[in-house]
Design a binder for this molecule. Structure first.
Ligand SMILES: NC(=O)c1ccc[n+]([C@@H]2O[C@H](COP(=O)([O-])OP(=O)(O)OC[C@H]3O[C@@H](n4cnc5c(N)ncnc54)[C@H](O)[C@@H]3O)[C@@H](O)[C@H]2O)c1
Ligand SMILES: [Zn+2]
Length: 358
């Protein structure tokens, strides 16, 4: 079992990572002083596959467990869903001294985190991520949110978990599509860190094939990088760097997710976002050519080439021009160094974006 500590003063917490470690969760939660009145929030698929085991382990340790099962998919990241969860908590007389366990992927993690941040002005949260994307990325760092019809993640709060508990055994039941989606976030770390790039260069095929030891190693390496970024810039306040580097691939990614009406999964959109933004950065002369070619080769080895003709390209292009002027694009200078570029000319954004094919 690996343990990484996210050092944030009184909001510090451990990330625990291992394979087949679920039986250790109730004891660890008890040692951390997490309340024993627990609501486990999960979605229908994770409920069918795994929740019985988690609830039984918690009950064996003497915890009271309420299971709250939500539907699957990005649409559940809504105020309506958060409100339904809160209704169940109130009906069951849950209080400030209860805890929420988010048991599932990033959707469950984000909406449960949002409820934990707001119910009775905030209650303890434990993240038990079950997708590759959630174990690599979304369970760590305290960003919680629901979507507004006009904008993704528009309503949210920072609320750090008390514990992140990642058991990679859950990944064995993940569909292929969800592995690729998690790989989207993983590839981003390859651009942020030379060691991770080298590992991916050698092991990307094993990761895509769901090889358990390769998955565990890459999750561990990415978690270490993320923990450090969160420690240095918990609320994404450092201009031009800090935690914001995690938005690599996400300017285009979020636009694709939104304009596809969430038909692209988050991580899938990030795969395309990384390819797209790399092409933009190369065309703008911002990225070292040799490193750009290496990264492009790695991105090309991910078997994800969807047809995106159904996304209105003109609207997408104009959205990117607007985003380029406001927030800018997080682009790689070279492997291990990324910057925020706000001055890419609109004409270049337009020509690269019109020509882009996945
Ligand atoms: N808070 C953050 O910092 C952060 C970071 C990145 C992404 N996100 C958010 O995360 C969300 C995407 O998360 P996701 O990709 O995990 O999607 P998801 O939560 O929708 O899960 C994907 C699918 O996998 C299924 N599933 C989950 N675990 C499974 C398992 N072990 N076996 C079989 N099926 C399983 C789910 O039922 C679901 O259908 C997006 O909303 C994105 O915005 C948040
Ligand atoms: Zn992301």
């Amino acid at each position: 079992m690996n343990m990484i500590r996210v050092q944030l003063g009184e909001r510090s917490y451990p990330i625990t990572l291992g394979t087949g470690i679920l039986p250790a969760l109730p004891g660890l939660a008890a040692r951390l002083g997490i309340p024993r009145q627990i609501a486990v929030v999960t979605d229908t698929r994770v409920a069918a596959l795994h929740v019985r085991r988690l609830s039984a382990l918690l009950r064996k340790e003497g915890c009271e467990v309420l299971e709250i099962v939500i539907a699957r998919g990005e649409r559940q990241k809504s105020l309506a869903c958060a409100n339904r969860i809160i209704t169940r908590l109130l009906e069951s007389h849950y209080s400030r001294r209860s805890a929420l366990f988010a048991f599932g992927g990033g959707v469950v993690g984000d909406v449960t985190g949002f409820v934990a941040a707001t119910f009775r002005r905030g209650i303890p949260l434990v993240q038990v991520p079950t997708t590759l994307l959630a174990q690599v990325e979304s369970s760590i760092g305290g960003k919680t949110a629901v979507n507004h019809p006009l904008s993704k993640n528009a309503i949210g709060a920072y609320h750090q978990p008390s514990l992140v508990f990642s058991d990679t055994e859950f990944l064995a039941t993940l569909p292929k599509r969800e592995i690729i989606s998690g790989v989207g976030e993983i590839l981003k770390y390859g651009m942020l860190d030379r060691g991770i790039f080298a590992y991916l260069d050698r092991h990307i095929a094993a990761i895509l094939a769901g090889d358990p030891s390769a998955l565990r190693e890459i999750i561990l390496r990415c978690n270490r990088v993320k923990a450090k970024l969160i420690q240095d810039d918990e609320r994404e306040e450092r201009a031009g760097g800090g935690r914001a580097v995690l938005n690599l691939g996400h300017t285009v990614g979020h636009a694709l997710e939104d304009l596809s009406r969430y038909r692209l999964r988050h991580g899938e959109a990030v795969v395309l976002g990384l390819r797209w933004e790399l092409r933009l950065a190369l065309a703008a002369g911002l990225t070292d050519k040799a490193d750009g070619a290496l990264f492009d080769d790695l991105l090309g080895r991910v078997p994800y080439h969807p047809s995106i003709g159904f996304i209105p390209r003109d609207r997408l292009v104009e959205r990117l021009v607007a985003l380029g002027a406001s927030g800018g694009f997080v682009v790689p200078r070279k492997i291990g160094k990324v910057i925020v570029a706000r001055d890419i000319p609109p004409s270049l954004i337009r020509s690269v974006s019109r020509a882009f094919r996945p």
